[in-house]
Design a binder for this molecule. Structure first.
Ligand code: SF4
Length: 118
């Protein structure tokens, strides 16, 4: 979720600034350049990133995993038109019980939990 932080960027060797490492190298998606010669490039994209709010999406708004997931990968949600049609949902949505058991067993194995896990 670093990409949605206002001052978080990925910078390529040529100085192009991107909001997400999924976009690095696609100069048409860069939102600027640290050399200063392309300020406000793709400002609308920059705003989209910085105003991402999972509560704007019905599926997320009504999802019990929202506190854990916070809408998943913003890139996948915001820019589906780029051909990325993967689901943003956390893997916990599909296997929460198994993941919790694995997590607890690992903790128990390390002696962190005083209670037995079935
Ligand atoms: S699990 Fe999926 S639907 Fe639920 S909050 Fe995350 S992205 Fe949204």
């Amino acid at each position: 979720m670093w990409a949605v932080k206002p001052n978080s960027f990925v910078i390529d060797p040529e100085g192009y600034m991107y909001k997400c490492w999924h976009e690095v190298g696609i100069k048409t998606l860069a939102i600027g350049n640290i050399k200063g010669n392309e300020k406000n490039k793709n400002f609308d994209r920059y705003l989209k990133w910085n105003t991402f709010n999972p509560l704007n999406y019905e599926e997320c708004k009504n999802c019990k995993f929202l506190p854990l997931c916070m809408g998943g990968c913003p890139d996948k949600t915001l820019f589906k038109y780029r051909g990325i049609n993967e689901e943003s949902c956390t893997m916990y949505k599909y296997n929460l019980e198994e993941m919790l058991k694995m997590h607890l067993k690992a903790k128990l194995k390390k002696g962190f939990l005083p209670i037995p896990v079935k």
